[in-house]
Design a protein around this ligand. Sequence first.
Ligand code: ATP
Ligand code: MG
Length: 653
Amino acid sequence: MSSPSKLYENSEVGGGTMKISVRTGKRLEKISKEALAEPDKFWADQARNLIWFKEWNHILEWNSPFARWFVGGTLNASVNCLDRHINTDTKNKAAIIWESESGETRTLSYFQLYRQVNKFANVLKSLGVSKGDRVTIYMPMVPEMPIAMLACARIGAIHSVVFSGFSAQALIDRANDAKSKVIITADGGIRKGRLVELKKVVDESLPSLPSVEHVIVLERAGNKVNTGPKDLWWHELMEGAKIYCPPEPVESTHPLYILYTSGTTGKPKGVMHGTGGYLTHLYSTAKWVFDFTNQDIFFCTADIGWVTGHSYIVYAPLMHGITEIMYEGAPDFPKPNRYWAIVEKHGATILYTTPTALRMYMKYDDDGVVSNSFDLSSLRLLGTVGEPINPKVWMWYFKRIGNENCPIVDTWWQTETGGTMLSMCTGIETIPMKPGSATFPVPGVDAVVVDETGKPVEPGTKGYIVIRKPWPGMFLSLWGNDEKYRQTYWTKFPGLYYAGDYALVDEEGYLWLLGRADDVLKVAGHRLGTMELESAFVSHKAIAEAAVTGKPDETKGESIIAFLVPKEGFSDYENLRKEVVAHIRSTLGPIAVPNEVYFVSKLPKTRSGKIMRRLLKSISSGDKIGDITTLEDEAAIDEVRQAYEDLKKMVNS
Ligand code: ATP
Ligand code: MG
């Protein structure tokens, strides 16, 4: 088998063509060493970058597995994002440049955002919302969404954002779990040119939501909606609202929000984050990873319905007082070039996006036809998050989008971790990159790869990534379910945080994420990561996307099944199948040769864009399909099932 570091040797990064000057990593090593020697002191120094009403008495109370950071301290998240800039030159700077799918834009300065947040906080107060109450936010990607979140934070209410692509059942489950008092929504959102009728979904859900007293509706799409006794219009409430709302000083450990995970591996979990630790983690990691400067225009393409949007659209960039772009719409509508058009139009300096979006764009970019038609020269840094990035996709991103001038930060983290845990830290030093490696833990994070017994593995050996010490962005628990929190994250390796991902460390200490631990295949005694296999498929010129799963096999233990999405224009599936098998044999070896290869036009993905391999496994092994509330497109499942059954018929006839 080829090791990931082999991929690095084969690539050109760090070779003659690279225009980025890189350093040795000694500075990072020194900072990380000092941080891990005295993590409490290190994080307390970081926490001093925030604005506190009262400093903490204890840096960390660690009653395993519950961590409480900066106990006794009080602060307010909206003060840290807004008030801190209001008496500085940042006051009149653009905070959010919003762009719609059709190219409409709106810009809000820090002062304008501050005003709106204060007024909306008073609106919530006037409706009886107070500290600790839960507010469900079910809104399109417009500036009023962060305004609503920050207004909750200002009065100490706990926001629970529900992704606007979800339908009634998902909204009901989440709002009932949180027992929300208020729902904030809009008359509609726009995606792929179509109206998303959010208010209608809320109307449908309301009879099943006994805790909800009020529904606040933003006029956004000019859509006529029904109004019932609980409905109130955003603009009417704002008209009479006072312009200043004193911020509520909350304890550092006070929950800032609840957010449900993507549901890639099973039923989504209600992750609960605190305030002081979470903000400290975000403030520091944003500085280290992205090296924010005053001139930056940061474009994070995530939806605020997911944690990347919470952390790197709302809290981190605003704390740093930078200008950011917020985009409402699909990456490929009306044309598969929206991100590039937005980078060019607004002069984005940092782009932070997902491998799934990059694979989509790459599919349309033969010989750079799309990427070359935009001026992307404003970019200085590229980022990726959400899934392992295939080395071939990494190289395309590096060359075509970054023009070999931009380092790539591959940031590994989770809803549960709050902020980045593994990534190159360009704010500390840019080190040699390896396509597909998230490099090293950020300072103060004690991440290691362990074997089945919890012992650190030798370099080159695959294992599980775990975190040995509490970190400030660590979630408080799962909402209302401490037992599940314990069970899910702390029982596999007592005392170690189990992240559920498979990884290895190479000879030089670089970390490589190899996919979900649940997805690991055991073929003839070898443990194969789905990531490594999928990257090998995608490295074939005709393959745009790949998902690999296993199936019980009498002789080999497990056999490999591949679902492949060919690039546009490839349709001779019989030949392609042979070619792909030969390609795998020559790149990874006979052990990795798939037993079954299916061609499909799309893969089942979560609404956050991640491949749901567990569904493929259920189909191929005839098991019941589990929770699919976060599945993006049910048609993908039907297609996979059809492809599977067609081939079975062919084989049997
Ligand atoms: P669920 O926990 O409900 O199955 P999820 O894990 O997809 O959903 P998130 O918290 O949104 O929900 O995603 C975190 C996961 O995303 C990580 O555990 C990891 O598998 C994957 N991930 C995120 N960033 C990276 C990265 N840079 N490289 C590899 N994998 C990544
Ligand atoms: Mg997860």
